[in-house]
Every structure is written in C-alpha cells, then in structure tokens.
Design a protein around this ligand. Structure first.
Ligand SMILES: [Zn+2]
Length: 1715
C-alpha cells in the first residue's frame, strides 16, 4: 500500500501507551488473533456488485478448510456483514453447522459452532451466504462516483481496498496475512458496467464453473496463486483501458484502466510500469508469476495505491499524468508509486508478513525500492539522492523516546492500520538502504533474491530475511563482524537511532574515539539503547565517497571505541557516514566542524552532495538540542550562497523551516528573513520563475523552495512577480496553467500560503481564485498530490506542534543560541552602505603619475533591483567616468553617477540583477600613512598602500566594510620603483598584476620602494630598510624566534594562510611612518621600533620587541581573522596583543639567569593592565565593545586606536585565569578561530563560542562574565573590610575618575596573606557576585595583612579599610617585610591607592603614607606605578606654583634607589636590563621634579670630558639619556640645545634622534619652543612625519607654560597639523594629551573657547570635547584635593633639602672644572 499523507497517519505510532505492554499484548493476542484451529485452502467467492445499489451487495463464499485439531468451533473474520446462511459441510455432504456469533466489536470474529467435534486434517467446506455493505471510508468494497469528461454525467464505479483488515468486509475469511489460500472469484454485475476486473484473468468460455443469473452478467475469474486475503481486489466499471498488446515491453499482459477520455494520460503508466517490471524481475531474478497485471486509476481512493496481485489500484492522481499540466512533483510521485506497487508484487505478494507486526517487511522494501528502482528506469529523477531527504525527514520523527520500533506487535485493526506509518515506510526504507550498503549492493541483492525464492507464497518474519541475507553474505567474500541477526535485531526492535560522536583527540592523533548515544530531540531524556553501527569515513587527504562499505563496526559494548585511521594526522577534516548511508547522525569535535565549514565555504564540491546535505541536517539538528553550538551550523550554512544543488538546499530548507517557526515573532526574525533572502539571492536570480523545458528534473522542486523562501520572507521581486502571475491566473486560469506548467499546483500553494492569504484556508483561497468551478481537483485531492503539498490546516497543526514542542522542551534554550548564531551569520551578510548589493569581485588597476594616480576599478556586482542606485564608498577621489554593462567591461556603456558625501551613486536603467561596473578615477598620493602615500628619507623613497581601517575608499570606489569580503585583484602600472610587493603573488613576472584574494578591501596593502634587503631573519622572511645602519641583530633574532613561535603557538603556519599569498614575509623598517597595518605578506614597522644599535636602550628594546611581535601577530589576528564589525575589533586586537606578548615573553625567558632579558610579565602588568586601568577611568574612555555596528570613520578610529588596544589584552589576561586549568584557553580559542575558515570575519561571540568549546569545565558563562567589563567604561573596585580576625567582608563599587556608574561585576577574587605568601596562583579562589563574606583560612594576628588581586592580574582595583591599609603600609615600611609582598602587588597597591585617592574614595593621607614607603623600593614594577601616578600630583603642584613642595616627595622616596641603583651608574658594570629600565624612568621623573641630585647627575653626565670643544657626552648611558638631555635643555637653555643640534647631525639612530627631539621640547624658552613648533609644520620641516607629533606631545608634557604655547599653536594651525602630522588621528591623539595636561582654569577656558568659538577641528571636534571633559575632571580634582595634598606634604616633610643643595653645588663645581 502506498500512503502519501504521513503527517496524519504518523499519530498512530504514539497511540498505544507503553505501560504494561506485555500484559496487554497477551490479552490482545487472545482477543484479536484467530485461534488457528483450522486453515483455508480455497475460497470460492461470488459477489453481486451493482453500482446502482449504493447500500449493500450480496455475496456467497465457499471456503475449503483443513482443521488442525479437534474442535467444535471454527473462527474466522467478518465485518459489517449480514449472514444469511451458513453451512459447514464434510466431504460426505453432512452439514455440521449448529450456530454462529458475529462480534459487534472490532475483533470482527465470526465464530461458527458445530454440532460435533471435528477431527484434524479432514477437510471441510464452509458455505456462507451474506450481504455486505459498501464501505463509506473507502476501506473495503466501496462505491464511488466521478464526472465523465465526455458527457459531463456523474458515473459510478465499484472498487476495493482490502488491506490490511478489510477483506473480512468483502467476504467472511481468515483475514490474517499468513493464512494464504487460493481464491476463485466470480462477480455478477449489471450489463451497463461491462468492465469488471479482479486479480486473475477471466475464465474462458469453456472453463465456466458458475451458473448464469438472470439480470446479471457473470464475470468468472481464474483461480489465483496462493496468496493473502488482503490482496484480493475488484473493479466494476465502465472504464476504458490501454494495453501493451501491440507494443510489449513487459512479457505479461499489462493494461491501464481509467475513466473514459483519460487514456492519453495513462501512457506514462503503461510505458514506465512495464519498464519498471522488467527491471524488477531482473533485479530479483524471479519472474512476475501472475498471468496479467492491471493498473487501475480510480478518482476516489483511500491510499495512494494498493498492490493487489494482478490488479493494482491507484488513486487517479497517482497514476495518470497529463503532459504539460502535471507538475514535476506529481510526475515523480507517479513513477515512485508505480514502482512501489510493482515491487510489492514480490515483497508482500510473493512473500507476505506473518502478521502486521512486520508491516515493515512489506512497506520498508517497497519504500526503498520505489526510489531505487525508479532510478533504474529514470535515473535523471535522482531518486536515491532524494532518498536522503526522506530519511532526514523521518529522523525528525524518530527522535522521540516513545517512538515505536520497526517491529512492533499490533493486534487490533486500528493498531494494524497504525503500523502503516513513517516507521514502516521511511524509517524501514532507510535502514534497508543501510543494509544495502553495509552488505554491499550485490550481496544485498543476492540475499533478497534468496529470501523471495525460499519464501515464495509463504509468510515470514524478520528472521527469514536475516537468514537469507546471511546466506548471501556467507557465500560472498565480504565480511561483517557480527551475525546479521544480532545487528539487525537492534535496528528493528529498538525505536529511534543513534548519534555517534567522533573525536580526534589532537591534531597529531592517528585515531579517533567514537561513542554512541540514542539521539533524542529532547536532550534531557536519555536511553541505554545501543546499536551495532557500521561506519566509514573520508579524509581530506583521500576524498573517496564512493566505496560505502563499512570501515569499522561500532559495537554495543564499550562506551567509546578508538578507530585507527592511518593518515588522519595529515587530514584537515574528516567525514563519517559516506553518502549518509548509515541511519544515524554524526557529531564531531568542534575543530572538525570548523574544518568542515571551512572546506564547504572554500570548495564545497570536494564533499559529496549527500554528505553536504548530511552536514547541514546533522549540524542544525545537533544544535537544536544543544549537542552543538548553533554557531557551527550557521557558519556551515553560509556556504549555501555557493551551493547550486537541490539536495543540500532541500536539507537546508527543512532546518530553516523549523527556525522560521521558532524564531517567528522573536526579535531576530527580521535578521532571519534577511539571512534567508541573502543566502538564496544567487539561486533566486539563477532559477527565476520560468522553467526551461530541458532543465534538470529536480530543479522544479529546487525552484519551489527558493521561490517559497523569497516570497515568504519578503523579496519584493518575488512577491510582485507572484502577484502578477496570480492576477493573470485570475483572468485566465487555463492560460496560466499552461504557462507555468512546471509547478502549477505548487505555485498556487506558494501564492496562497505565503503571499496573499496567509490567514485563509486553502478552500477559501481557492474559491477566491475561482478555482472551485474549474476542472481542478478538489481540495482534498490537492492535498494528496505529493508530500510537498499539504493543507493549511495541516501546516497549522504542524506549526503549532513544533512550536509547542520547542517551547515545552529544553529546545527553547537552544533557540536562544540560534538567535545569537543567526545574528552573527546575518551580520556577515549585511552590507550597510547598500543592502541587497553584493560585490562578486573587484579588479583594480592603479597607475602612478607623479603625485597623483589614475585608477580603473572593474566591479562585478549583483543587486536586488535597479530602482535603487548602486552605492560605493568614495573619499578624496575624482571620478571621471562610470560605465556599466551586462556581462563584460568591454561592452559597458557610460552611466550616470553622483559622487557625494563619501559615496558614489551609480544609476542603472534596464532590468536584471547583475552589472559589470567600470569606474575611471584619479586621486592624489598623500604624504602620510593613509590610502596611497609616499615617503622619502634621504635617498630612500617608497609608495605604500595601507587601507586599514577605512582607507580603501581613498584608493578605489568600493564597499569599504568588513563584511564585504570578496575577490579583489590589483594591478599597478608606472610604478616608479623596481621593487614592489603586495599580499599575493604576481600573476606573472612581467606585470605587476597580483593574484586575487578573497578579503575585505581594507586588508590589502602594497609597498613599492628602493630600500635594500638588510637581512633574512629566517627562511622566506626578508627585512628591508635603509642600508649601512649600524644595526644590532636583536630584531632579526627576535623575528626569527617570533616566526617560529607564532607558527607553533597559533597552530596555523604563516605560509599556509593563503595559497595565493606572496610566499614571503616582507618586513619593512619605514623611517618616517608609524601606522597600523594588517595586509598579508607585508609588515611595515617604524624604523625606531625595529632597528637597534649595539647600545640601544632597554626602553627601546622593550618597545621594539612588543611592536615587532604585534605587527607580526596581525598577519593572523587582523588579516587571517578580522572583525566582522569594528565593534568586535577588541577581540582581534586583544588576541594579537595577547599572542604577541606570549611570544615576547617566551623569547625573553629562555634563560632565567640571563640578566639582559626583560621581565615581560612585569612589563605587561604595568604598561598594559595598569595603563589601561588609568585611561579607562577617564571620562574620555569609550567602551571597547559597543552594542551597535560601527560605520562612522571617526567613531571607528577613536574606537580601534584607543583604549581597546590595552584594555582588550588586559581583559583577556584576566579571562585566562578565570577559565580554570593549566591550559591557556585564550590561545586555544585563538587557534580554533584561526583554523576556522580561510580568511574570515569573526565576532566577539564567535570567540566566546570557541572558548566555550575549548574549555572542559563550562561552569562559566563567558559573556555573562565579560559583559560588564567590555560594555562599560571603568571597572570594579573591590572594597575589603575586616569583620573579624578570620573574615573579611567584600563589597564592590564601580571605579571611574569621572564618577558615576553602577555596574555590577563578577569579580575573580585572588588573595594571599603574609602567613601564606602564595602570590603564584592567579586563578580565582572565588567569584564575587554582589556582597560576599569571605572567611579566611587563617586566623590573622595584629600585624598580619591580606593582599587581594595577586600580581594585579585582575582588571579591577582593591580598596581596604584604613586599619588594613595601615597594616600593609607598616609591612611595606619595613625593608624586610616589604620584600614579602610581590613586586607586582607593591605596584598594584600604589597604583590603586593613588587612583582611589585621586577619585576621592581614599584619603590622601593613606595614599601618601603608602607612597613614602617607596623609600625602600628599587624594582621596576613598583617604580613604574609610582611614576605614572605621582606624575599627576607633580603636574598639579607645579601648576599651582608649588613645585618646591612636590620635590620633597621625591626626596623622601628615592633614597634607597639613589643608594642602591644610583643616578650615576658604574659603566663597567653589566647590570640587569630591568635595572637600567628602572633608572631611566625614576631619573626622568626625579629630574623633571627638579630634584637637585638628579639635576646634578644630569649635568655631570652631559658633557663629553674627552672633547676639546663642548660636546654631548656619547657615553651617557642610553637609558638615562632622556632624563639627562631634557634636564640640560631645561636647566641650561641654548647651551644644551645647541650641543644637541650638533649631536643630531651625527650618525645616530632614529630612536636616539627621537630622544633628542623630545628633550628639545623640555625647553622653557618661549621663542625656542615656538620655533620648534613651527618647524613641525613648515614646508621643509626638519622632522619626519612621526617625529612631528612626538615633538609636540613632548612639549605639552614639559610643563604648564608650554601647554599654553601648544594650545595657542594648535588653535592657530589646526589644518597644518592635520596635514603635516599624518591626518586627523594624529591631531586627535594630541588633543587627548593636551586635555590631560590642562591643569588650571585659564587653560581650560582657552581650550573651551577654542572648541566653542569657531575652529578647524572638523570631524575631530567630538574628540576635542572629550579631551575637554578630561580637563574638567582634572580641575575638579584641583578644587577638591590640591590643598589637601599640598598641606599633607608640608606637614610630613623631612629635611633633606639642604643636603641635596650641597650636593648640587659640589656637582656643579665638578662639572665646571671638567670644562
Ligand atoms: Zn506499500
């Protein structure tokens, strides 16, 4: 039987409660199953069937039976039958009938009592005369009507459907499938219904057995072969037929009966049906054994069709096909149903099930072969490809705990009807397909042939099948490690199916571990069911999907099994379950899902299309119940943009239908719709509305899906076109029907369901369309046409079922994940500038011409409509001409355009959705690091393209957005230098055309230059710069080490980033440009950050190592993965800095004893964490993770070049310790991101997902933890208060210098005490939520203290109650005990105390007392924190003319430092690097504070005692040069500046030059400073571009008087500064520095007036406002705290000033003598 409506019937599967099942089954068996006291051998049935009598029919049955035991009762079935008489006759004619009962219940038992005991094995004959009733529900013998097309009259027809339990309704019988017999049928019918058929041909004239009856025409049929009752069938009609008499394909008489006038439509059935029978007979190696085969099309039929042996009856739409009208879906269904019924002639008819418990033995095979054997005749239908879709559909339903297994005992008629469900059909078909593949197709075929031969005319259970298959298997060379019965019993006796989880433990592993679990949609449920699972796999290194034999069997025992897979470690990805032949799902470790997403997005055709479908279906369904993060399936689904094939798309359609339902009404539904429209855009374009006559069979379905998605989700083109079609249909239904023949019904349903009348029922919609009065099928028929067309009520039921299921189960949780994943995936499709416009590729030609360039951009663009212009970003370019064409640039014609407001609009006319756009333009080459710029330094010149972050629009018209990655290629012409490199290889050696890369425009770069190669730090890494520099090799050594370290740590080798990349890494030391840069293969670093002399300072080394590492890290985090929106840059930038720090740390810690190495942990804490904590508390701080997408250039600049560069790595560092375990999960997640796809945009949430996927312990919700930090400025302050000697109360507040903020954080708390002194473990002991009382593991005594935030790694501050501060201060003030506290905590203590005091939350008394303990301090970390924060007090006191007061603080604190470290180090000593670094910063601070001994030392150092003429001492230790030079310039004015200018002319490095220039800025000489400032903007400025802003910044920092001068200068020369310093960003940096140094009201007024009263700040005005706010916060402090600080210092003063004066005198004298 073929059942087309699965949704409705499927309900039966669940209808029997599972409780006390066995008990009930015994009971049911006793009640419903025939007792088996006798069996029939021959039925002689006479039926009087008169269509004109629509109530009942008369019948007589004579049953020859054989009793099996002594009995007085015979039991058989009869239903809705009036018994007129019964005889039970022995062969001697004795009637032993006594009485009978006929059950009125659904047992339908007819019990015939005999008047004596009968003996076994002595045949009897039962004669029953009866009246039957025509069935109203179409099950049984029934009467129906149809419209005669020829005469318009209503005609009648009698036919039958006896399966499964309705033969008893036609005649009393033993109505169980295994009670087979021979049937002899005679039908008496009226003369006007001459076409009467049954299973067998009619008897000949000479072979008549029955008498004629007046008024009836007798139709006497030959005896059947032995068969089951349910296979009987009848037709009484006036139908016509066509036959194979004249053209025999199949060697058995074959006829197709149907309503008169429809014979033309039966031709397909006739031809295909025969071909199919031939193929099946060949396949089974068993002939069709009946002497004829009729196919009948009846208009009203319950099933789709019924396989009655020799007389197969179909619903009309399942057999008749109208060329030009019938849809592809129906045509396919017809072929499929014919094949289904044909195969039943063997599976079902020859071999029948013992009972309906084994319905699947019939329907499973019919289901499998309806596809397999349709393909044998019509391979272009791709039925076995489509089979996978069917299987995926049934897996949805088979994933609930209560689902019944394939073999499931049934007894009652309704239970029996219920077995005709998706389990018996689709699931069993799927398991059978799995058998075919694990046995191999030939063993399978052989086994089936044996099965049928051995059991022909018999009835079987599954064991017969297994035995036959085993037989065939044993005869073959193929091996299966378990008995088939063991394997198959699990699959047939257990409901559901497994999901296997395949994990590769490490990239090096040569084996995977595989475990199985029952797959249940509700993942809160579980089951112990296990299966023997055949598995096979494909490795990326050996892509063979064809051999579907198992490579391994997963057994039912072990929880996880290891499978050795040679070559696995070389494979980037692997796929289990080739061609999805196994009936199970596959889950993988996340890395493999990522790798699959990658290969799909890069080259999806590498993967077999059925596995593409599998990956879509599995991944979304695994995500649906939380087995996989939705990020992965969505990432996979992005590949669909390139997918053309129907099968993967149909899989996607199903999973998206589910999401459509559960997301509808949610806030992301818009995004969902947007996503759907975008990923279908190329196909919508390609498939359109009109079918090609010769197109692929499945394209019709494909088009339906794509149109459905587009019309449903609001594609205007789709809706308009649909409405047009609908209108023309209203006007002329028949005309339209012809025009859109490809999908007539379906188009209607698309229109009806999705476009116009979403709320109407199908019937109403049809009537609205005037459909009811046409010859179209009635709605009932419409819904039966095929699985794709279901009624709206079914849709509604289905929808609500899914929604209810999703909402009631834990799926809702994962739906949230889907929301997030969807938002991510949708973003990557979003293009802000012009939604609906997709760039296919750019081909850009740039020709250089002096200071200008000419460009030609050829852009291949898709768009949604020509009504809106195309829009590109465009800045500072002159567009000369725009041409557009339909396919090639050559045929492009001039087109209107409008360059305006940073965009270029291009107006199209005509239709289509695709253009080739050619834009001719020109631009100027700039002189600083944006867009195309040129630089020169002495003899060295270069032209560079740097498009980061939003400068692509200054080089070519483009969509200058991160999400607009597309293929871009560049060609450069008339390049004034021989050397030119870019991201990719050149296409050939002769031109400067570079290969295309698939990236957003801003990731491109180019360097054309005449630098020389100054080294090759490692293979294929070339370092370029000016030649003949006295360069120390440290940079090369570092580059070498970093390259190796990145390759290893990031698990993605640099040279594997892109196959088209240049293949080398070109590192340029640019003498005068310092810009951030993310282009591949080219790394530009400012020369002072890379070239070091032999005597370089530790300060330079520290900076350079980090800068080099960061620049290199951006090849991975910046290029290989980049943010999908600038708001996500914090993750990228953070990861780059984080990874850079890791490699520098390793580089500097190769040898613990080596004093020349830098302590990077300390440097990170002070330079990154504490610096970020300071800037993050300013009012100018911006959140590092804004909620909204960023498009504005100024916002982007301010965001990505600001605080996030240090706050992001600081947050990541904290997160690292929060994620428990030794492993570095930040780096691991980073690796995962890098290995995700090729060049790929990521969001913050991707990163979290990868961290989530990486960490074993997922107690922490990362977003929940991180959110308060990244979505706010400022951070928490942890308040610690004693409650007793062994407990502290922790409370939290929000910290910001600007005040305000009420954000609650989860604070990772670490602590130690003086008794414990464990500063090493920085993993939090607890997460503080709001208020926590923390009992301490110790009882603390009076002097004891506790320190929170170990090593200052948490991004927060700590405040203690005063008593506790006092204890800490006492400890710090004791030189012995001070050392107990980790130097980084000493640094944190002072950093926290001074900032808390600055913010007004701690008394300055405490903070300053703490400060005084620095009298014992010599280490870098504590001093760095001291200097950073005390500098603020210094500036404030100086600005209030209280410089003499501040210097006393210096006097009180540098004592030990002076003694132990000294301002006058012994040059012969080889001292630790960190000591030199410390001296540099302490001395700079002390000298700037007018601390006399420092000044004396500076003077002492400055002059060259070996020189006749006054000259700068070349032996000034490099780390104190800044202090010495600055001091001298300030103290001696022109004398020192003159000498320094001379020194500048000597051969010093650019870094040393910077030191000198910054020192010049220390001058107090107004004239000198003004000149210096003017020099920075003069036409022939003596300073390089980068030097200019550095000089001005140094002037601002040098003192209050100079701040006034700078403010004046900046106000008057704003435009020049912007032009000469390198663009607005340099101006903005200076504005911030200026704001930070606005220390009194006059300055604040001046700044405010500048901003308010007309200015040239332009786009930077907002930044100036924010700098002004910082200034105002400073002034508030001044009001509040200046006097307090000043007074405190005076009151706590010590008297060391005189000593230092004496010293000064002495030193000066020495200096003078030396002269
Ligand atoms: Zn069937």
């Amino acid at each position: 039987m073929y059942l087309p409506i699965l949704l409705t019937l499927f309900g039966f599967v669940f209808s029997v409660p599972l409780t006390s099942e066995d008990l009930r089954n015994d009971d049911l068996q006793a009640r419903y199953v025939l007792p088996g006291e006798s069996m029939p051998t021959l039925y002689d049935v006479q039926l009087y069937l008169d269509p004109n009598n629509d109530v009942s029919f008369d019948g007589h049955v004579s049953i020859r039976i054989l009793p099996f035991r002594r009995t007085e009762e015979l039991v058989l079935h009869a239903m809705e039958t009036i018994i007129n008489s019964i005889e039970v006759l022995g062969d001697n004619g004795e009637n032993i009938f006594r009485t009978y009962t006929l059950s009125t219940f659904d047992t339908h038992l007819l019990r015939i009592r005999l008047n004596r005991l009968i003996d076994p094995m002595i045949p009897l004959t039962i004669n029953i005369a009866y009246s039957g009733t025509y069935a109203e529900n179409l099950f049984g013998v029934y009467l129906s009507t149809y419209r005669n097309e020829n005469n318009g009259r209503t005609e009648r027809v009698i036919t039958s459907q006896l399966q499964p339990t309705f033969a008893r309704r036609a005649f009393p019988c033993y109505d169980e499938p295994h009670r087979k017999a021979v049937f002899r049928t005679t039908i008496y019918a009226p003369v006007e219904y001459p076409v009467v058929r049954s299973n067998m041909p009619k008897r000949t004239e000479t072979d008549q057995l029955k008498p004629d009856v007046p008024g009836w025409i007798k139709h006497e049929f030959q005896d059947t072969l032995v068969m089951s009752t349910y296979l009987n069938a009848y037709l009484v009609s006036n139908f016509s037929y066509i036959s194979n008499e004249d053209d025999e394909i199949f060697n058995v008489p074959f006829k197709v009966y149907s309503r008169p006038g429809t014979q033309e439509h039966a031709k397909f059935a006739l031809e295909f049906g025969q071909k199919n029978m031939v193929a099946l007979a060949e396949y089974t190696e068993i002939p069709y054994e009946f002497p004829k085969l009729d196919k009948v099309a009846v208009p009203d039929f319950a099933a789709g069709a019924m396989e009655n042996w020799g007389l197969v009856i179909y619903r009309e739409v399942a057999l008749l096909l109208q060329e030009g009208v019938t849809t592809t879906a129906i045509r396919q269904n017809i072929a499929r149903i014919i094949t289904h019924e044909n195969m039943h002639q063997w599976f079902g008819n020859e071999v029948s099930p013992l009972s309906w418990t084994f319905t699947w033995l019939n329907e499973g095979f019919a289901n499998f072969f309806e596809n397999y054997a349709t393909d044998l005749v019509l391979p272009n239908f791709r039925m076995m490809d489509q089979f996978v879709l069917q299987m995926q559909g049934v897996m949805q339903n088979d994933a609930v705990l209560g689902v019944n297994p394939m073999t499931y005992p049934v007894f009652t008629p309704s239970q029996i009807l219920g077995t005709f469900n998706a389990v018996a059909y689709q699931k069993s078909g799927s398991v059978i397909r799995m058998m075919q593949h694990f046995l191999t197709p030939e063993v399978f075929r052989k086994g089936l042939s044996i099965y049928i031969k051995d059991n022909a005319r018999g009835a079987v259970g599954p064991s017969h099948l297994y035995a036959a298959l085993q037989h065939a298997l044993d005869e073959s060379t193929h091996r299966v490690p378990f008995p088939l019965v063991d394997i198959l019993n699990r699959w047939t006796n257990q409901g559901g199916f497994p999901v296997i989880t395949v994990r590769r433990s490490s990239p090096q592993a040569q084996s995977v571990s595989v475990s199985q679990q029952r797959f249940l949609t509700d993942s809160t449920l579980s089951s112990n069911d296990r299966w023997h699972i055949p598995v096979n796999w494909v490795l990326s290194t050996d892509v063979d999907f064809e051999d579907t034999k198992p490579g391994f069997w997963i057994s039912t025992g072990a929880t996880a099994t290891a499978i050795d897979i040679p070559g696995l470690s070389e494979a980037e990805w692997f796929i289990f379950n080739k061609k999805r032949t196994g009936y199970y799902r596959v889950n993988y470790n996340v890395e493999n899902w990522m790798a699959l997403a990658k290969v799909l997005n890069e080259a999806h055709e590498t993967i077999d299309l059925l596995n593409r479908a599998q990956i879509i279906d599995d991944s979304f369904n695994l995500a649906r119940n939380g087995r996989l993060n939705y990020v992965h399936p969505f990432e996979i689904s992005l590949y669909l943009i390139k997918e053309k094939d129907y099968i993967p798309w149909a899989s996607a359609n199903t999973v998206f239908n589910y999401l459509d339902i559960v997301l509808s009404g949610s806030e992301v539904y818009d995004l969902f719709q947007y996503y759907m429209l975008n990923i279908t855009a190329p196909l919508f374009e390609e498939l359109g509305f009109n079918a090609d006559d010769h197109e692929e069979h499945v394209l019709a379905f494909h088009r339906n899906n794509i149109l459905n998605i587009n019309c449903r989700h609001g594609n205007d083109v789709c809706i308009e076109r649909a409405q047009e079609l609908l209108q023309s249909f209203r006007n002329d239904p028949s005309e339209l029907r012809n025009r859109i023949k490809w999908s007539f019904f379906f188009l209607l349903s698309v229109l009806i369901l999705n476009v116009l009348t979403k709320s109407l029922s199908i019937e109403k919609s049809l009537s609205a369309l005037h459909l009811t009065d046409t010859s179209l099928p009635k709605s009932k028929t419409l819904q039966l046409d095929g699985p794709e067309v279901i009624s709206d009520s079914e849709i509604r039921t289905f929808k609500s079922d899914v929604v209810v299921n999703a909402r009631s189960s834990n799926e809702a949780v994962y739906t949230e994940d889907a929301n997030i994943a969807l938002i991510n995936s949708t973003r990557s499709l979003r293009r802000n500038i012009r939604p609906g416009q997709i760039i296919q590729n750019y081909s850009v030609k740039i020709a250089f011409d002096g200071d200008t360039f000419n460009g030609e951009a050829v852009i291949d663009v898709l768009f949604d409509s020509t009504e809106d212009p195309l829009i590109f970003h465009l800045e500072a370019l002159d567009v000369h001409e725009v041409r557009t064409g339909l396919s090639t640039p050559e045929e492009a014609l001039p087109t209107d355009f409008n360059p305006e407001d940073g965009t270029l609009e291009i107006f199209l006319d005509g239709g289509g959705r695709h253009r080739v756009v050619v834009i001719e333009y020109s631009g100027e080459i700039s002189n600083f690091g944006n867009g195309i710029f040129q630089g020169s330094f002495n003899d060295y010149q270069y032209i560079i393209i740097n498009l980061f972050p939003t400068n692509a629009r200054r080089v070519l018209p483009c969509v200058d957005e991160l999400t607009a990655a597309t293929s871009i290629s560049f060609t450069f012409e008339d390049v004034p230098f021989d050397e030119i490199v870019s991201n990719s290889r050149k296409e050939d050696d002769d031109s400067n055309q570079f290969r295309a890369l698939n990236v957003p425009p801003n990731l491109w770069g180019m360097v054309a230059h005449n630098f020389v190669s100054v080294g090759m730090p490692t293979t294929n890494v070339v370092l370029y710069g000016r030649s003949n520099l006295n360069q120390h090799n440290l940079a090369s050594v570092a580059i070498n080490a970093f390259m190796a370290a990145f390759n290893e740590k990031l698990d993605k080798a640099y040279f594997n980033i892109d196959e088209n990349q240049d293949g080398r890494m070109h590192i340029f030391a640019l003498p005068d440009t310092n810009v951030e840069w993310n282009a591949l293969s080219t790394v530009c670093i400012w020369e002072p950050y890379i070239f070091m002399t032999n005597t370089h300072s530790m300060m330079q080394q520290k900076t350079a190592l980090v800068k080099i590492a960061e620049a290199m890290a951006r090849q991975w985090f910046g290029y290989l993965v980049y943010p999908e929106d600038w708001k996500d840059q914090w993750v990228i930038s953070g990861l780059a800095s984080y990874a850079a720090l890791e490699v520098v740390t390793d580089f500097q810690s190769s040898d613990d004893e080596d004093i020349s190495l830098l302590d990077m942990n300390t440097i990170f804490t002070t330079d990154v964490i504490q610096e970020a904590l300071l800037l993050d508390s300013y009012s100018s701080a911006v959140v590092i993770s804004p909620e909204d997408d960023m498009f504005d250039e100024v916002d982007i600049r301010r965001h990505i070049l600001g605080l996030l560069k240090i706050k992001a790595p600081a947050i990541l560092r904290m997160l690292r310790f929060v994620l428990s375990g030794e492993d570095d999960f930040i780096l691991k997640a980073g690796q995962a991101l890098l290995n995700r796809r090729f060049v790929t945009p990521i969001s913050m949430f991707d990163f979290f997902t990868f961290v989530d996927d990486t960490i074993e312990d997922d107690n922490i919700d990362i977003w929940d933890f991180v959110q308060p930090w990244v979505r706010n400025t400022g951070y928490p302050v942890l308040h610690v208060a004693w409650t007793s000697a062994n407990a502290v109360l922790l409370t939290q507040g929000h910290f910001s210098l600007a005040g305000g903020g009420d954000v609650r954080y989860k604070i990772p708390v670490t602590f130690t005490t003086n008794r414990d002194q464990n500063y090493g473990d920085m993993h939090p002991t607890m997460m503080m939520e709001s208020t926590d009382l923390m009992p301490l593991p110790f009882t603390l005594e009076d002097d004891d203290y506790i320190i929170f935030n170990l090593q200052g790694q948490g991004y927060y501050r700590v405040n203690y109650d005063v008593e506790h501060w006092d204890r800490i201060i006492s400890a710090l003030d004791d030189p012995e005990r001070r050392q107990e506290i980790h130097p980084l905590n000493r640094a944190s203590l002072i950093d926290d105390a001074l900032n808390l005091a600055r913010a007004g939350t701690l008394d300055y008394d405490v903070a300053l007392r703490l400060t005084l303990t620095w009298a014992h301090e010599t280490e870098y970390g504590p001093w760095k924190a001291f200097v950073r924060n005390m500098d603020f007090l210094k500036k404030m006191l100086f600005s209030a003319d209280e410089s003499d007061i501040y210097v006393r603080m210096v006097q009180r604190t540098v004592e030990t430092f002076e003694n132990k470290v000294s301002f006058s180090p012994d040059l012969s000593d080889n001292e630790p690097a960190m000591t030199s670094l410390t001296r540099g910063i302490v001395m700079d601070h002390a000298c700037r504070s007018n601390y006399d001994p420092c000044i004396a030392a500076a003077i002492d150092w400055f002059y060259d005692t070996n020189s006749e003429e006054p000259a700068v001492n070349p032996r000034v230790p490099v780390d104190i040069q800044p202090a010495v030079f600055c001091t001298m310039v300030r103290e001696t004015g022109a004398e020192a500046t003159d000498l320094l200018y001379v020194y500048l002319e000597t051969d010093i490095s650019l870094y040393d030059r910077l030191v000198v220039l910054e020192s010049l800025a220390c001058s107090n000489d107004e004239e000198f400073i003004n000149q210096l400032m003017m020099d920075t903007i003069s036409e022939d400025s003596p300073f390089g571009i980068e030097e200019r802003s550095i000089v001005l910044a140094a002037i601002i920092r040098s003192g209050l008087d100079n701040v006034f001068r700078v403010l004046d200068f900046m106000q008057s020369n704003t435009n020049d500064i912007r032009d000469m310093y390198g663009g607005p960003q340099k101006l903005e940096e200076l504005l911030y520095i200026l704001g930070d140094n606005i220390l009194n009201g006059d300055l604040e007024y001046n700044l405010r007036m500048w901003i308010r009263l007309g200015n040239d700040l332009h786009e930077s005005e907002g930044i100036a406002e924010s700098a002004l706010e910082n200034a105002q916060v400073n002034l508030e402090w001044r009001e509040r705290s200046l006097e307090e600080v000043s007074t405190w210092i005076q009151e706590n003063d010590a008297h060391t000033a005189i000593v230092s004066f004496t010293l000064l005198f002495f030193t000066v004298l020495v200096s003078l003598f030396n002269l």
